[in-house]
Design a protein around this ligand. Structure first.
Ligand SMILES: Cc1cc2nc3c(=O)[nH]c(=O)nc-3n(C[C@H](O)[C@H](O)[C@H](O)COP(=O)(O)OP(=O)(O)OC[C@H]3O[C@@H](n4cnc5c(N)ncnc54)[C@H](O)[C@@H]3O)c2cc1C
Length: 307
């Protein structure tokens, strides 16, 4: 099943050459929900990505996709070009001890590679079923670790296909947020350099323990996008949703997990509209009962069927 493949970091990559038109995106997301991309491109390397951007008409909007484990793609699909980084997966240890990883590498592979080299602080990446690019965009974190704690530098690509080097000083970094201090539209991460201290713990054992802990608390093996909401300060979104008696509540085929109330599961053929309606119910219930506004962690992309 897709989810298990994501967790192993070995998600199937479509065998595609060149740009595709009207390309269905649902199977490229962990929710298995969403419409089509007007244009879709899966570059085999960051050089091919640069060539593509140089030829893409200037007015065409660009949307970036990693493993699709934190996006809700709406049913009307995405206008413009969707670029999926999944094939850009280079990974190496550099002579100065830092680790270089390209945006499309899965966090799971990165965690194993770093742990085997003696960097147990990287083990938390095994709990994030996305790519390095997605983790940089989200400041993804798990089990007390966060992506940007360990970043030394990043390389981005702009809309003209040019590469730009940045460091953490160029960003405001917070809980699941990363804001460029001088934002440039449609830039994306193509790689990062991480520096971890050498550790004495066994990183691989740590990974096994973390994954075991996660499978006890999360509905692993279902189609979901992880936590739908960020935790509000001093509280947990899951606790608030559960306290509203919403576990098991459903709209169409979208259902609030019985195991973890901050997870919405696509149990068969849920549409993005089902999920969005369910989210409205969650948000109004939590607001009505606790006066707390929940903020989505999941990124909603594209347009509805009627827009
Ligand atoms: C079962 C499950 C458990 C999860 N647990 C956690 C967890 O413990 N902690 C956590 O933080 N998250 C968790 N998530 C959410 C998700 O895995 C992370 O947010 C992850 O970092 C998303 O990576 P991705 O490659 O799938 O990004 P996508 O979902 O493809 O994209 C997410 C966002 O990042 C942007 N993006 C993607 N790639 C790039 C790029 N190269 N440059 C710029 N922007 C880009 C996209 O446009 C989108 O806005 C979980 C998800 C699932 C399904």
């Amino acid at each position: 099943m897709l989810q298990e493949n994501i967790n192993e970091g070995d998600l199937p990559i479509p065998a595609l050459e060149g740009e595709k038109l009207d390309y269905p995106l649902a199977n490229l997301t962990s929710w298995h929900i969403g419409g089509k991309a007007e244009r879709f491109f899966l570059p085999a390397s960051i050089e091919k990505l640069s060539d593509y951007l140089k030829t893409l008409p200037a007015h065409t909007p660009v949307t970036w996709l990693g493993l699709g484990s934190n996006v809700l793609i709406r049913d009307g699909g995405i206008d413009g070009a969707v670029i999926c980084t999944r094939k850009c997966q280079e990974l190496e240890q550099r002579p100065d001890g830092t680790l270089y990883a390209q945006a499309g590498l899965t966090c799971a592979k990165f965690a194993r590679f770093a742990s085997k080299l003696g960097f147990p602080d990287a083990a938390f990446f095994a709990g994030i079923p996305g790519t390095i690019g997605g983790a940089l965009a989200m400041n993804a974190g798990a089990f007390g670790g966060e992506t940007w704690e360990w970043v030394e530098s990043v390389t981005l690509i702009n809309r003209h296909g040019e590469f730009i080097e940045r460091t953490p000083k160029d960003y405001e970094i917070g809980y699941r947020t990363v804001k460029a201090k001088h934002p440039q539209p449609e830039e994306a991460f193509v790689s990062a350099v991480f520096r971890f201290p050498k550790g004495t713990n066994d990183g691989m054992t740590k990974i096994r323990d973390l994954l075991k802990k996660r499978s006890q608390t999360q509905p692993i093996g279902t189609f979901n996008c992880g936590s739908v909401y960020r935790n509000p300060p001093g509280d947990f979104a899951a606790r608030l949703i559960e306290a509203c008696d919403l576990k098991g509540y459903r709209v169409g085929d979208a259902i609030i997990s019985e195991k973890h109330a901050n997870f919405i599961i696509n149990c068969a053929h849920a549409s993005a509209k089902d999920v969005e309606e369910l989210m409205k119910t969650i948000e109004s219930s939590v607001w009505g009962r606790f006066n707390i506004k929940l903020h989505a962690e999941v990124r909603i992309l594209g347009k509805g069927n009627n827009t």
